[in-house]
Write a protein that binds this ligand. Structure first.
Ligand code: MOS
Length: 757
C-alpha cells in the first residue's frame, strides 16, 4: 500500500499525543532498578565466562598453556582452539534493507583457528562458578605466539589506501564537471587537510550476554540494535533453525552502532554454553569492549573549495581515507555530506580505505557524516574568512535547489529557517567577525556555526495491532529500545490513530518472537515502524468498522473509513458513532487483530525510485560559543544552540534528548575523544573511561535545542531521522568557534589545548 492510499483510506485522526513531551514509559522501571539488563538474569546453575585476549597484533598461536587455569578451584572449563567445538564460518552476506541481515562484524571464526588478527582478539574462554574466578583463571592462560609483521599505524598505512567499495544506499565517488580546473581558476579558495583519530564505543551498558541452551533451543539475553539479524546470524553459526533461537532485548543501555552486528562476546558466550551445558553469563569489562567491539575509523580528509568574489561556490573537492580491519569492517561514507550541502557546479568526491591489522571498524553514531561534516563545515568557515563574509551568509548563498550531485528533488529542507531562527536566538549579530576580538578578562570568546545533515532512510518493519473487548490495544513489534524512547513514541502514534487514551496502549517489543522490526540503526527505526503501524491501525479500524456496520441500526452504516473520526475510544461520524468496546461486545468478539507486513519487492522498488529521484534528509544549524584561556589554552564550550529540521517531532522530550545527546558527543569528538594505539604492537593504550575522555556534566553547558516541526511531505506522518543528526556539524561548530576566538584553525581532532597555544 502506498503512503497516499493509506492516507485516503484512513480516518481523520486528531493528534492528542503526537508532539507532546511525554516521559519514557520504561523510565520508572529503569530508575527504580526493576529493569533487568542482559547480565542481570538469574538462572539456576549459571556459570560465568571470561575472555583471554591476544597480546600480539598478527601471528599464530603455537602453544597455549591452560593447566594452571584449569587447576583453579571453581573453574568449569577452559576453551581454546584446541578443544572448543567449532562454530560455522561467519556469513558475509549483507543487506542494508533486510532486518534479518546476517552480516558479520569480522570474518574470524573464534576458537576455530590458531590465527591472530588483532591485538585483543579473544584466544580462549574460561568458564567458572563465579565471575572473579573466571577472570583470575583467564589471567593464568598462557599462549605462545609466532609473530608476523603487522600494519597497525593508520597514518603510515594511509598512503597504501585504495578506492573503497561504496555502501550502496549512501553513494561513493562522484564527478560533476571539472572541479580541479574550477578550483585552479577560482579567485578565492581554500585547500585543507584534516585528520581524525579512531573512536571507541562507550555505551553506559558494556556488551553483556546471558546464553541458555535447552537442547537445541537457545535463549539469549542480549542488548541489541538488531534482534532479527542477531538471531539469523546465530542460527547460521550454530547450525540451528532461526525459530529455535529467542533473543530477548527489552532493555539496552545504549547502542550507538556498537550493538548492530554480533561481536565476539556474544558468540563465545553461546559457544561456551553449548560446550559446558550450563547457562553462561559473559559481561565484558570496559577494556574487553575495546578489545572486541569495533569503533569509528580514523580518517584523513582533504576539502578544497573555490568561490567567486561574491561567495558563489565554483568548486568542491572532498576526498577521504578510512580504514577497516583485514578481517572485517566497512567503508565509511565520509564524503556523503558533500553530495547534499552546497550548490557547486563542479564537484569531485573520492573515498579510499586501507586495511590494517586492527579490529574491524564499525558503525558509530552518524558514520561518515559525523566525520565528513567536520571537514566540509570547517572548510566552509575558512572560506568565509578568506572572503571576509559572514559564514551563515556564505552558506545561504550556496543553498541548492536540487541535490548538488545527481540532481534529485530535495523533499524537504529548511536550513534557511533554521539559521534565521538560530541566529536570532543565539545573538549572532553580536558577534564581531574579527578573530580574537571578543574577550572576557583572560578568556577569548568565539562563536561558530556549522550545518548538520543526515540522510533519512526507511526500512521494512512488521507490526500487529490487537484491540481487546476491554478496549486495550496491544501493539506487537520487535523494535529496539536503547534509551531513546522508541516504544513510547509508538504508543503515542497508536493512541492517536485509534483515538484511545495512551494508558490503554501496550507496546510489546525487544523480543525476536515478535513480528520483526527494522533494526535500530541509520536513524530509521521510528519512521519505519511508524509507517507500518499506521497501515496496521488502518486495517484494524476497517475490520472494526465492518463489524460495526453489521450491527442493527448502526450509526456507521454506509460510511467509509475516510469520513470517520477515531476518537474517544471509538469511530464517529460527526456527533454519532460507536465505542470499540460496544462494537466488540455487540459482535460477540473477544478481540480484533490486524497485521501489517512490508511487501519486500514493492519496498525495494520504492527505495530504488527514491534514491534516483529524491534526496531526503534531516538537517540543522549548530551554534557554538567557546571560551579559550589566553594563558593555558583551556577550551570551554560555554553556550550551544541547535535548531533542527527533523520533520514531524513525535515527542518533544525524547527528540530533544536525542539531539542533545548527539551534540554532547560532538563536543567530545571535537575536544577530547581519541583511541590511542601503540604503533609497535597495535595495543589500545587507553581502553578505559579514565583515559579515553568522554565529556562529563562539568564539560557541558546548557544545550538549547529547537526544531522546526514541519512534516516531510514524502514520509508517513512526515518523520525524518532524529537519532544521529545531532552529532553532525557539532565538531565543526566547535572548531569554527575556536578559530573565531583564537585565530587558529585546528584541523586534527581532538582539539587539545596544546594545539591552540
Ligand atoms: Mo547508528 S551508527 O546507525 O546505530
Amino acid at each position: 500500500m502506498s503512503i497516499k492510499e493509506a492516507k485516503a483510506e484512513n480516518t481523520t485522526a486528531p493528534t492528542r499525543y503526537v508532539g507532546q513531551a511525554i516521559a519514557r514509559l520504561d523510565g520508572p522501571a529503569k530508575t527504580t532498578g526493576q529493569a533487568r539488563f542482559s547480565a542481570e538474569h538469574a538462572y539456576p546453575d549459571l556459570a560465568y565466562a571470561a575472555l583471554v585476549y591476544s597480546t600480539i597484533a598478527r601471528g599464530r598461536i603455537i602453544a597455549i598453556e591452560t593447566t594452571e587455569a584449569r587447576g583453579v578451584e571453581g573453574v568449569v572449563a577452559v576453551l581454546t582452539h584446541e578443544n572448543a567445538p567449532a562454530m560455522k564460518p561467519a556469513p558475509k552476506k549483507m543487506s542494508m534493507l533486510d532486518p534479518a541481515s546476517v552480516a558479520s562484524s569480522t570474518t574470524v571464526n573464534y576458537l576455530a583457528t590458531d590465527e591472530v588478527h588483532w591485538n585483543g582478539q579473544p584466544v580462549a574462554v574460561v568458564v567458572a562458578e563465579t565471575p572473579e574466578t573466571a577472570r583470575y583463571a583467564a589471567s593464568l592462560v598462557r599462549p605462545t605466539y609466532e609473530q608476523f609483521p603487522a600494519a597497525v599505524d593508520f597514518a603510515a598505512g594511509a598512503s597504501d589506501a585504495v578506492p573503497d567499495k561504496p555502501i550502496p544506499l549512501l553513494g561513493g565517488p562522484a564527478n560533476k564537471s571539472d572541479a580541479a580546473a574550477a578550483l585552479a581558476a577560482a579567485p578565492f579558495s581554500v585547500d585543507l587537510d584534516f585528520s581524525t583519530p579512531q573512536h571507541n564505543h562507550n555505551a553506559l551498558e558494556p556488551h553483556d550476554t546471558t546464553a541458555v541452551w535447552n537442547g537445541d533451543q537457545l535463549t539469549l539475553h542480549e542488548g541489541s540494535q538488531n534482534i532479527s539479524g542477531l538471531r539469523a546470524h546465530l542460527a547460521q553459526r550454530f547450525g540451528v533453525p532461526a525459530e529455535a533461537i529467542r533473543v530477548l532485548s527489552p532493555f539496552v543501555g545504549g547502542g550507538f552502532g556498537g550493538k548492530t552486528r554480533p561481536w565476539a562476546g556474544t558468540l563465545l558466550a553461546v559457544l561456551a554454553a553449548r560446550a559446558t551445558g550450563r547457562p553462561i553469563r559473559l559481561a565484558l569489562t570496559r577494556e574487553g569492549v575495546y578489545h572486541t567491539v569495533g569503533g569509528r575509523t580514523a580518517s584523513t580528509q582533504r576539502v578544497a573549495l573555490g568561490a567567486d568574489a561574491g561567495g558563489q561556490l565554483t568548486a568542491l573537492l572532498h576526498s577521504s581515507v578510512s580504514r577497516t580491519g583485514r578481517v572485517g569492517g566497512l567503508p565509511e561514507q565520509i564524503t556523503t555530506v558533500s553530495r547534499h550541502l552546497y550548490a557547486a557546479p563542479n564537484i569531485r568526491l573520492r573515498q579510499h580505505m586501507v586495511q590494517l591489522d586492527l579490529l574491524s571498524n564499525t558503525f558509530m553514531r552518524a558514520p561518515g557524516e559525523a566525520l565528513g561534516s567536520f571537514a566540509l563545515e570547517s572548510a566552509m568557515d575558512e572560506l568565509a574568512c578568506e572572503l571576509g563574509m559572514d559564514p551563515i551568509e556564505l552558506r545561504m548563498l550556496n543553498e541548492p535547489d536540487r541535490n548538488p550531485v545527481g540532481g534529485q528533488r530535495i523533499t524537504h529542507r529548511m536550513l534557511r529557517e533554521a539559521y534565521a531562527l538560530g541566529a536570532e536566538r543565539f545573538g549572532w549579530t553580536n558577534r564581531d567577525p574579527q578573530a580574537r576580538s571578543m574577550r572576557d578578562g583572560r578568556w577569548l570568546i568565539g562563536m561558530g556555526v556549522a550545518t548538520a545533515h543526515l540522510s533519512s532512510m526507511r526500512m521494512p518493519a512488521s507490526v500487529t495491532v490487537r484491540l481487546g473487548a476491554d478496549g486495550a490495544l496491544v501493539v506487537r513489534c520487535g523494535l529496539h529500545e536503547m534509551g531513546m524512547g522508541a516504544p513510547t513514541v509508538q504508543a503515542q502514534v497508536a493512541a492517536d490513530q485509534m483515538g484511545v487514551p495512551m494508558e490503554s496502549v501496550r507496546i510489546e517489543y525487544g523480543d525476536s518472537d515478535l513480528p520483526p522490526s527494522a533494526g535500530a540503526f541509520g536513524s530509521a527505526q521510528t519512521a519505519s515502524v511508524t509507517a507500518s503501524l499506521l497501515a496496521a491501525c488502518t486495517k484494524l479500524k476497517k475490520s472494526v468498522l465492518t463489524l460495526a456496520q453489521r450491527l442493527p441500526d448502526s450509526p456507521l452504516k454506509g460510511r467509509k473509513l475516510a469520513e470517520l473520526e477515531a476518537r474517544d475510544g471509538g469511530l464517529y461520524h460527526r456527533g454519532s458513532g460507536l465505542r470499540y468496546t460496544d462494537i466488540l461486545a455487540a459482535a460477540g468478539r473477544d478481540h480484533v487483530e490486524a497485521a501489517y507486513k512490508t511487501n519486500m519487492p514493492a519496498f525495494v522498488a520504492q527505495t530504488a525510485r527514491d534514491l534516483r529521484f529524491r534526496s531526503r534528509a534531516a538537517s540543522g544549524a549548530q551554534f557554538c560559543e567557546v571560551r579559550v584561556d589566553t594563558d593555558t589554552g583551556e577550551i570551554r564550550v560555554s553556550r550551544w544552540l541547535g535548531v533542527f529540521d527533523v520533520g514531524t517531532v513525535l515527542n518533544a522530550r525524547t527528540a530533544s534528548s536525542q539531539l542533545r545527546g548527539g551534540i554532547i558527543w560532538g563536543i567530545g569528538m571535537a575536544l577530547s575523544e581519541q583511541t590511542l594505539i601503540d604503533p609497535r604492537n597495535g595495543r589500545i593504550m587507553n581502553p578505559s573511561l579514565a583515559e579515553y575522555h568522554v565529556p562529563v556534566h562539568a564539560d557541558i553547558p546548557h544545550i538549547d535545542v529547537d526544531y522546526l516541526n514541519e512534516p516531510d511531505p514524502t514520509m508517513p506522518l512526515g518523520l525524518l531521522a532524529v537519532g544521529e543528526v545531532g552529532i553532525t556539524g557539532a565538531p565543526a561548530a566547535v572548531a569554527n568557534a575556536i578559530r573565531h576566538a583564537t585565530g587558529k584553525r585546528v584541523r586534527d581532532l581532538p582539539i587539545t589545548l596544546d594545539k591552540v597555544l
